[in-house]
Design a protein around this ligand. Structure first.
Ligand code: OAD
Length: 249
């Protein structure tokens, strides 16, 4: 369904008011306004190749040469402290505090949902908050891993094993799959925000829900579901700022 954005914002405001169990699936597009490039958008990593995603987020490549990932990780932790959540991160946190939103499944590793105050966040692709030795499984806290990243080209445990932040690479299992499926299945309204919906299993969530699906994304997103989809093709923050304004009225 495509029509005037203003009408859509008003309509989505009403949908939120009449829903009891809202869920959200978020992707890199929700964080571009916070200063983190996405993957497949016009200035995404697959376009700019600033960090080669085929080398940086692939477990086989990491096992053969972890240096491209650690270069990315070093830059990311430098950026991390300066990052602040966007309007939409904060809006979703507000919906949860109001008792409307049950939880968020995110593919992002930037922890911005937590920073915004959201509590029930399933980080399907992990995060930087914990790191583990690949050999002995010793855990390393975020501050300790930051120190090691700055001091060592390839951070290593005292046992000699390479330490890997707990982010999910291609070739590894995602996290919180049962919880994420359950959240989507029981939602009466599912927001799909800032994701191209091409990476599975996250892309399956809109097909599992029985609720209304609302997609907010710059580019058209192809989702195969029998449910009617309300599609908003535009900027995420601009749209949810409008939605929030209508909810106040
Ligand atoms: P993508 O980069 O594939 O999709 C992000 C979408 O957000 C694109 O369609 C953009 O056009 C859109 N977008 C960007 N900024 C926006 C804005 N301000 N307003 C509206 N839309 C905007 O990112 P994901 O779908 O999250 O996995 O990518 C999924 C996974 O692929 C990632 O988690 C990562 C990647 O490879 C791993 O590394 C394992």
């Amino acid at each position: 369904m495509r029509t005037q954005p203003d009408f859509l914002a008003r309509h989505v405001g009403k949908l939120i008011s009449s829903s009891q169990r809202i869920a959200a699936l978020t992707g890199a597009g929700i964080s571009t306004k916070a200063g983190i490039p996405d993957f497949r958008g016009p200035r995404g990593l697959y376009v700019t190749r600033q960090y080669d995603p085929d080398k940086v987020f692939d477990i086989d490549y990491f096992l053969s040469d972890p240096r491209p990932f650690f270069q990315f990780a070093r830059d990311f932790i430098g950026l991390e402290e300066t990052l602040t959540p966007t309007h939409t991160h904060r809006f979703l946190a507000k919906l949860e505090a109001m008792g409307k939103l049950e939880g968020i499944v995110t593919q992002n590793i930037d922890s911005l949902h937590h920073k915004a105050g959201s509590k029930q966040v399933y980080e399907m692709h992990g995060s930087f908050w914990q790191s583990f030795c690949r050999d002995c499984r010793q855990e390393f806290s975020y501050p300790l891993m930051c120190k090691k990243l700055l001091a060592e080209e390839i951070p290593r445990c005292s046992c000699g094993g390479v330490i890997k932040p707990d982010v999910v690479f291609f070739g590894e299992n995602v996290k919180f799959l049962p919880e994420s499926y359950a959240l989507a299945e029981t939602a009466d309204l599912l927001f799909v925000i800032g994701t191209s919906c091409v990476v599975y299993p996250a892309a399956l969530l809109p097909t599992l829900t029985k609720g209304q699906v609302v997609v907010v994304n710059l580019d058209k997103v192809k989702i195969s579901t029998h449910n009617p989809i309300l599609e908003i093709q535009g900027d995420i923050d601009e749209f949810f700022e409008q939605v929030e304004a209508y909810m106040v009225c």
